[in-house]
Design a protein around this ligand. Structure first.
Ligand code: PLP
Length: 415
């Protein structure tokens, strides 16, 4: 018979956790079980002081001299160098800038310019909407011949791919269900038809080892404010395989991507390396915060992070299914840990008010329309005990029917 985990098992797992010491390097309010690090990562303890120093000493004291004196001019490059090994890339393939949405536009534009004869972008219908919106926006530009073709899954992708395909745009982890896709297999499929693979790493960067070079991914984008803990609206990153870099010119050709920004030349000349994917002046405050988050992720062994993530999510599924069996929650995430990102989702008709009740009792997850309760697990700061505590609180809410209160049914702008 399979033994179900008990309270003391969770305490023991925490004691034996090789990542346990990372928790105190974050600031998480007492009484909060934070299960939304896949949406907005927690605050690293070092960030506050770093920002205060940047504001008071650098901006306030040294003002414009800080670009040279305090290395503002290459701060993004230094963060990219720290991030690159987490992506399985070399430093010359990664840039930190803008948002995923803007970086997608730049990469799509660069790819289209390189292969104007290929006009189809293939993406998953259930992809995170901004990815689809940006392709739609680019397709609508006069002078581009692009069209977007939506597919349900890899099987439909296979059938849709042909010699007209410019690129396949695919998220590594489905933001609703947490399903993890095989990027190496997707790259092989795309390449067999001469197309590129552009991967969206929003839900995988910082929470599992990635091997973009080895997987032969062509381009990628990812988020700074999710598992990289860079703070709300943190700059995003982009990756371009060195195989393609010299040939690519991106459409938001701003001065920070110029070969010599301070030569103030009349004509645009792209910088030789990945810097050509920069556009305008970066937010130094935002970069300082991101640096603290990336530093923490870089200090952890991502193999251990992944192992703990699989365990946290696996235990959560097991406990929810045991403790909440009468209440009709449907697992929306893959049961096999190897096919799951670092989140667990359950479907329920009353998912929205149930999530609001959970949040009001300190268990912070989120809700994704139409019926998904989503719980993200960040192995650097989540503890095993939080899994059992969260499920116990959830069960209390269901037994008392606390979620029926009218205040939990009021829709908010951000869910
Ligand atoms: C969070 C997320 C984004 C966010 O895009 P921004 O333009 O940086 O706001 C994009 N794609 C996916 C898959 C996401 O999960």
């Amino acid at each position: 018979m399979v033994r179900v985990p008990r309270e003391e098992d969770f305490a023991r797992l925490d004691r034996e956790d090789p990542l346990a010491s990372f928790r105190e390097r974050f600031r998480i309010a007492e009484g909060t079980i934070y299960l939304d690090g896949n949406s907005l990562g927690a605050l690293p303890a070092a960030t506050t002081e770093s920002l205060l120093r940047t504001i008071e000493r650098e901006w306030g004291g040294d003002l414009i001299r800080s670009w040279n004196l305090h290395g503002w001019i290459d701060l993004a490059e230094r963060i990219a160098a720290r991030l690159a090994p987490l992506l399985g890339a070399n430093a010359g393939e990664v840039a930190i800038c803008d948002s995923i949405s803007v970086n997608l536009f730049k990469l799509l534009g660069a790819a289209h310019r390189l292969r104007p004869g290929r006009t189809v972008v293939i993406a998953r219908r259930d992809e995170f909407p901004t990815d689809l919106y940006v392709v739609e926006g680019m397709c609508g530009l006069p002078g581009t011949a692009l069209e977007l073709r939506l597919v349900a899954d890899e099987v439909e992708l296979e059938a849709a791919l042909d010699r007209r395909t410019l690129l396949v745009l695919w998220g590594h982890v489905d933001y609703r269900t947490g399903r993890l896709f095989d990027l190496a297999a997707l790259a092989r499929k795309a390449h067999a038809q001469g197309a590129f693979l552009l991967a969206d790493l929003a839900h995988s960067a910082g929470v599992m080892p990635l091997h973009l070079d080895r997987w032969r991914v062509d381009f990628a984008v990812g988020c700074g404010y999710k598992f990289l803990n860079g703070g709300p609206g943190a700059p995003a990153f982009l990756y371009v395989s060195e195989r393609h870099l010299p040939e690519l010119v991106q459409p938001i050709s701003g001065w920070f991507g110029h070969a010599r920004p301070f030569a103030f030349e009349t004509r645009y000349r792209p910088a030789p390396g990945i810097r050509r994917f920069l556009s305008g002046t970066p937010s130094i405050l935002a970069l300082r915060a991101l640096a603290c988050g990336v530093e923490l992720a870089g200090a952890a062994d991502l193999e251990l992070v992944r192992a703990k993530s699989e365990r946290l999510t696996g235990l959560f599924i097991e406990l929810v299914e045991r403790e909440l069996a009468p209440f009709g929650f449907q697992l929306a995430s893959p049961r096999c840990p190897a096919e799951r990102g670092s989140q667990v989702s359950f479907r329920h008709r009353d998912g929205y008010p149930i999530m609001q009740a959970l949040i009001s009792r300190g268990v912070v997850g989120d809700f994704r329309a139409p019926d998904i309760l989503r719980f993200g697990f960040a192995p650097l700061y989540n503890r095993y005990r939080e899994v059992s505590r969260a499920v116990a609180i959830w069960r209390g809410i269901m037994e008392e029917q606390a979620w029926q209160r009218p205040e939990y049914h009021r829709p908010a702008r951000v869910t």
